[in-house]
Design a protein around this ligand. Sequence first.
Ligand code: GLY
Length: 396
Amino acid sequence: MNIIPQDLKEKWMQPYIWDKALAEESLQYCARKIKEDMAVLAYACPSETAPDGHYQVIDNVAWTTGFWPGMIWSAYGATKDSIFLYGGKLQTALFQKRLEDDYVLQHHDIGFLYSLSAVADYTLTGSEEARQIGIRAAYRLMKLYREVPGIIQRGGNMEDLTDKFTGVFIVDCMLNVPLLFWAAEQTGDKKLYDAAYNHMKNSVNTIIQPNGAIIQHGIADVLNGTIVADSSQSQGKGGDDAAWGRGQAWAVYGLPLAYSYTKDPIFLDAAKAVNNYFLNHLPSDDVANWDLYYTEDEVQRDTSAASIAVCGLLEIADLLPTDDEYKTVYRNAALRILDSLNKNYRTQEGQDTMGLLDAGVYQMNSGKGVDQPTIWGDYYYIEALHRIHGGFRRFW
Ligand code: GLY
């Protein structure tokens, strides 16, 4: 498919002066909040979202529990405060146990769980034990790989071709695939690399529309290898004229990550198209609505889409060569969105909340987790702040 980046709206081409001091203050604020929240969550897992601002303690069962150790490790990376080192290690133990017990792991979100726990631990501490957990988790994720046509299935029984998830893959998986690329580098096992590469290439060829808008669901025929995109199934509004905000953001970040491991230019070209579509469909405060179909200011934002996209834009800005016209444009866009998060959506000292960012959305269509902090939005927010603070080491 020929994917063509849209021309960016004029405002993204203008220089932007952002509030660096506020970003630094926000990073310190986030680290303080994480330390406070560790009083409840040091050896526990938070719920997906924070109704009334409070994450509840849950069993290590959800696809989202890795974001909490990711926050703790980010705080450690940014501050070097040893309390976060101890907290991160406690979390690694929880994720080691989940892997040993094979507890609720028959799904593609193993990447979210283990990149931000075991791989983060290894990245910052060099722990061999953590590295081995990350590698074992990658091989667990490989059990979801379909050689024909080369996709990671979102979940379900791989032996049962009548399972409703047979051949189904989703754009969200672009952030699970980095665990395979990472483990391929660690082990030299090309099977891991090939699975990740094939999944990403099939995603680019099928679930990104020519204008750069993503479709969340791809459905592969695992016998003959054909793939169709299904825009009627989506966590967004659905339909070819819409793009689920967070799904678009998963692609904004997932594509440059794939490029960083493979150096295949198809991932950079596709990233430019999804980035430009994303940036051209934002409301006036630059923070995405829950679906990019809606660009009006009165619509519900999803701040998690914004924080994910900031990380992706900063990543691609780092990867692009200096003579690429988008290098500065994407960095400025990231800073502009981050500035808006800092000014308009960050929680405040004295507010009765455990969250870092208000106005996130889990599932708009079912009314679940709407207009509240989300643990993944909070994670990507601190990752973004850490990226611009300096000394950042990527966990993906
Ligand atoms: N990966 C699930 C979501 O973004 O809601």
